[in-house]
Structures are given as structure tokens and as C-alpha cells.
Design a protein. Structure first.
Length: 213
């Protein structure tokens, strides 16, 4: 059963298989060996010449695509509703976070100098900076006055900078003149300390006892 049909009919994934070799294999190898042509297939039916698609020197009939299914443990994944985010990843995650700054170049350089980001792209006064783990910020020119920033005001409140050695990172920032807003704390095994960047945006260091699930 095609996957699209299974989803429409509410078919559970325990009945869907991945690469049914018993049905597809002979056709693939017969095609590779040249034992039949585009009008003489292993399934016994004649097809149009353009029905064959080359792939790694194997002739693969497009009907075989209907036999490519997904095999999931029925106990863990029993409905198409649960599977849609896994099979078709529409929303892949945050690509970047935007920060508006009166001086984007200066703020970008602060992240380079203090947190080991790199400027990976810039255009028309806008700067993208990337951290070692691939996280990115887009820094754009701001307009108007900046309101007062408090840690728990509504909206986006802080950026968390992951570190392996909390004490070394904290000491380096202190020596670089960073003003800390709190003392280091330990929350359920996670070490934290808050500080602003040169524009006043809130950040904190975090060293986790174990990664989040």
C-alpha cells in the first residue's frame, strides 16, 4: 500500500514495510543485467519507454516507487498523525534569532570577541554571526529608542550560551570587562550566570549536568 494511501485511510505503520525486496529485487537485477528492456518488464506488463529511470546503472521502473514504504515499531508510532513530523519535516527548527542594534557591526564584533562567534554573512549593514555549535544571530539596524530591559518582561528575554567549562568561561568574560547581573548559581545541577552584551541584550552562560532530552 502506498504511504500516501495509508495516511488517507488511517493505516497503522505496523502494516507498512520498507523496500519489499521480494517484490522489487528481481526487477532491479533483471534490469541491471539487461535481461529485459523498457517494453518487457519483470512484472509481465508493457510500459512506455520513458517509464525507466536510471539510478546507479540500474533500470528502475517508476512503479517500484510505490513499494518504498516506512517501517516503524507499532508500539512507538501507530498513526500517520504522529509520523508526519518525522517523515516530512516541514518545520526543521530555528535557523537564527534576530537582534536589532543601533550599531550592528559593533554588536557583531562583540559576539566575535567575547563568545567566539564568527561573522558568516553580511549584507547592507546586516550581520549574521555563528557560534561553534552552528547557532546563528542576525543583527539588523534598529529604529527608535530602546525600552528598559528586565529579565522577566514579556517576550524574548535571553540567549543561553552553552559552555563545557563554566569557571573558565566565567573568568574569561570577567577579565574582558563583562558586567554580570547575578552571581553564578546552580539550578538542579545546571550552572548559570546572567550578563548583558554591549547593547544590553540579556544572556547567560549554562553548563548542564546532563543534556536536555
Amino acid at each position: 500500500m502506498p504511504l500516501s494511501q495509508a495516511c488517507r485511510e488511517g493505516e497503522s505503520f505496523e502494516n507498512i514495510r520498507l523496500f519489499d525486496i521480494r517484490e522489487v529485487g528481481q526487477q532491479l537485477f533483471d534490469g541491471a543485467a539487461g535481461r529485459h528492456g523498457p517494453d518487457d518488464h519483470a512484472d509481465g506488463h508493457a510500459h512506455a519507454p520513458d517509464a525507466w529511470l536510471p539510478a546507479h546503472d540500474l533500470g528502475i521502473h517508476r512503479d517500484a516507487v510505490e513499494l518504498l514504504h516506512v517501517d516503524y515499531d507499532s508500539a512507538a508510532m501507530t498513526s500517520c498523525a504522529k509520523s508526519s513530523a518525522t517523515i516530512l519535516v516541514m518545520f526543521k527548527g530555528l535557523e537564527h534569532t534576530g537582534i536589532a542594534s543601533p550599531n550592528p557591526r559593533n554588536l557583531a564584533q562583540w559576539y566575535v570577541d567575547h563568545l567566539d562567534f564568527v561573522v558568516n554573512f553580511e549584507y547592507d549593514g546586516n550581520y549574521f554571526v555563528k557560534a561553534a555549535n552552528g547557532a546563528m544571530l542576525e543583527i539588523i539596524p534598529s529604529e527608535g529608542e530602546r525600552p528598559e530591559q528586565k529579565m522577566k518582561d514579556p517576550g524574548l528575554r535571553h540567549l543561553a550560551i552553552l559552555v563545557d567549562d563554566f569557571d573558565a568561561a566565567h573568568d574569561r568574560l570577567r577579565k574582558a570587562g563583562v558586567r554580570f547581573l547575578t552571581e553564578p548559581v546552580n539550578v538542579k545541577g545546571n550552572r548559570l550566570v546572567f550578563f548583558p552584551d554591549c547593547d544590553g541584550n540579556l544572556l547567560h552562560l549554562v553548563q548542564r549536568e546532563k543534556p536536555l532530552p
